[in-house]
Design a protein around this ligand. Structure first.
Ligand code: ADP
Length: 265
């Protein structure tokens, strides 16, 4: 109300709020916050392996005896692992930008899903001795028509998350099952799980569950959106079941004509 000096009402001001516009502003503000957090996560993700590489190179140059080949090899293998970590991150960044510009392409060939899984688990199992990785894959599985590198990327990503978000000693299981015209691969862990409210957002770009662990567990929130895009561009599916504190099951299904449900074990 507008009043004069005698406190008598002389006018009324109405304020109209455009709820659609304020919702949009709220959405953009949230996206902006996520992007800021993402830039800081990416910087951290780049800096950590770089500083490890630098310190190991300096040690080889200044501290390790030239004929101490064993120590040199140990240090070089750390450098090698950290370089792989950097490559994965840069690839994720490139993938997201290719997806956004519509330039993400698949090179399709006949792929044996079991081959991909065994090769990923062999490499990752060697690097991570803190978890038990079990595979349950029936024999005589039909081939899928897919981009082998991208399928490898999906399996690495899901397995990496299962490892990252599980306590030491946890078991991670990879199950392959032909079902309803698709070849399904279920990656189950006994880790921290995801509550129902956050479960709806985990495939959103940059999203990371807001819990105290988020600051200790490295990540950028790009992995699952890329995995989802890869699955969709194969005409496949991705689903997740999870319970906070109990664990998660990520399931990916590839279209496959020759699937025979009797193959199930
Ligand atoms: P990043 O792992 O880099 O954070 P992702 O896109 O792969 O990004 O995952 C998004 C978020 O989903 C993670 O930050 C985590 O909060 C949650 N998440 C993904 N996989 C799991 C899992 N196996 N167990 C618990 N939480 C998970």
């Amino acid at each position: 109300l507008i009043t004069d000096e005698k406190d008598e009402t002389t006018g009324i001001i109405f304020i109209f709020r455009d709820m659609m516009a304020s919702k949009e502003i709220q959405r953009l503000t949230q996206l902006d916050e996520l992007k800021n957090e993402f830039v800081s996560n990416v910087s951290h993700e780049l800096r950590t392996p770089l500083s490890i590489i630098k310190s190991y190179v300096e040690a080889i140059l200044d501290q390790v005896e030239p004929d101490d080949h064993e120590t040199q090899r140990d240090f070089l293998s750390v450098i090698n692992e950290e370089t792989d970590r950097l490559t994965l991150l840069v690839n994720d960044l490139l993938d997201i930008s290719r997806i956004e510009s519509g330039k993400f392409e698949l090179t399709l060939t006949s792929v044996l899903l079991s081959d991909v899984i065994y090769s990923v688990t062999a490499t990752m199992g060697k690097r991570d001795s803190r978890h038990k990785i079990i595979t349950k894959i029936p024999s005589n599985l039909p081939v899928i028509y897919a981009d082998r590198d991208k399928v490898t990327q999906v399996i690495i990503n899901l397995l990496n998350n299962a490892i990252k978000f599980s306590p030491e000693g946890g078991t991670i299981e990879i199950n392959v099952v032909p079902e309803k015209g698709k070849l399904w691969c279920h990656v189950s862990d006994q880790g921290i799980g995801i509550d129902q409210e956050n479960l709806h957002h985990i495939f959103d770009k940059f999203f990371r569950v807001d819990n105290s662990d988020k600051y200790e567990i490295a990540g950028t929130g790009l992995g699952l959106p890329i995995v989802k895009h890869i699955m969709e561009s194969h005409g496949g599916d991705i689903t997740v079941k999870s319970e906070s504190g109990k664990g998660s099951v990520f399931s990916i299904g590839f279209p496959c004509n020759a699937v025979d449900d009797e193959n199930e074990t």
